[in-house]
Design a protein around this ligand. Structure first.
Ligand SMILES: [Cu+2]
Length: 234
C-alpha cells in the first residue's frame, strides 16, 4: 500500500513538473523569440492578422504612419479626461481605447512640451499628451491598448504587472517565479522608420480587477531607468 502511494506521488511530481516546464517554455518563447517577428520575410504572414497571444485577444500587428500616431496621441477620446496638473488620465467608459507611444526622453519633451517625472531618466511612454501618466480605469472595463514605438533606435513594449517599482535591470527575471508577475505580455516593437515615416504598432485587449498596477517596458534596463507608470482600477 505504501509502495503504491509512493509511485503515485512520483507520477504526480513528474506530471506537475512537466506542466510547469511547458508553461515556462511558452513564456520564454513569447518573450524572447516573439520579438523576432520583425524580419522582413515574415511580415506577410505575421502582420495584419488577428490571433491569440499569451491568452489575450490580439487585434493586429502592423505599421502605422508616424503622423497618424502623433495625431491619435493629441486627440484623446471624449471619455479620456486628461489632467496635466497631476499627470493622470481618468477614463469614464467601459469600452476604452488607449494609444500608447514609446520614445526617448528628448522626443517626449518636444512632442508634449512637458517635463518627464523626475524618476523617468531615460525612455518614456507618452499617452494622450502626458508622459508616464497614471491611468485611472473603471473596474471591469474592456481596455484596448494600441502600442506604437516612435523611438528611432530602440525596442519597447507595454506590459502590465502588479509589482511596484523600483525595478531591476532585467524585469523578466524579477521576483523569483514566473507566474503572476505579468498580467499582459507583448513582443518588443522594433524602432520606427523615420525615413519612410512609419512605426510599428501592436494592439491587445485586457480587463483588470480593482487594484493598483503598473505598466512597464520589459526591455532590459528600461523599467529600471523609469520607463513605467501606474494604473489604478476602482
Ligand atoms: Cu523600452
Amino acid at each position: 500500500m505504501r509502495k503504491i502511494l509512493l509511485i503515485g506521488l512520483i507520477i504526480l511530481i513528474a506530471a506537475s513538473s512537466f506542466i510547469a516546464f511547458s508553461l515556462y517554455s511558452k513564456f520564454y518563447y513569447n518573450n524572447f523569440f516573439g520579438s523576432q517577428y520583425s524580419y522582413p520575410g515574415m511580415m506577410g504572414s505575421m502582420f495584419n492578422s488577428q490571433y491569440s497571444y499569451y491568452g489575450q485577444n490580439v487585434y493586429m500587428r502592423q505599421m502605422i504612419p508616424i503622423n497618424e500616431a502623433i495625431y491619435l496621441m493629441r486627440n484623446p477620446p471624449s471619455y479620456a479626461h486628461v489632467f496635466t496638473s497631476n499627470d493622470s488620465i481618468v477614463f469614464t467608459s467601459h469600452e476604452i481605447d488607449i494609444v500608447v507611444l514609446t520614445m526617448g526622453h528628448e522626443r517626449a519633451i518636444n512632442l508634449t512640451g512637458l517635463t518627464p517625472p523626475s524618476y523617468a531618466q531615460h525612455d518614456v511612454f507618452v499617452i494622450y499628451g502626458l508622459i508616464n501618466p497614471t491611468l485611472i480605469i473603471p473596474s471591469g472595463a474592456t481596455v484596448r491598448v494600441t502600442v506604437i514605438n516612435l523611438d528611432e533606435d530602440m525596442y519597447h513594449n507595454f506590459v502590465i504587472t502588479p509589482l511596484s517599482p523600483p525595478y531591476p535591470y532585467n524585469v523578466m527575471m524579477m521576483g523569483g517565479g514566473m507566474m503572476g508577475k505579468f498580467i499582459t505580455m507583448m513582443p518588443l516593437l522594433p524602432p520606427a522608420n523615420y525615413n519612410q515615416g512609419y512605426a510599428y504598432e501592436f494592439s491587445y485587449t485586457f480587463t483588470l480587477q480593482p487594484g493598483s498596477y503598473w505598466y512597464i517596458c520589459t526591455y532590459p534596463g528600461h523599467a529600471e531607468m523609469g520607463m513605467y507608470g501606474e494604473i489604478m482600477v476602482g
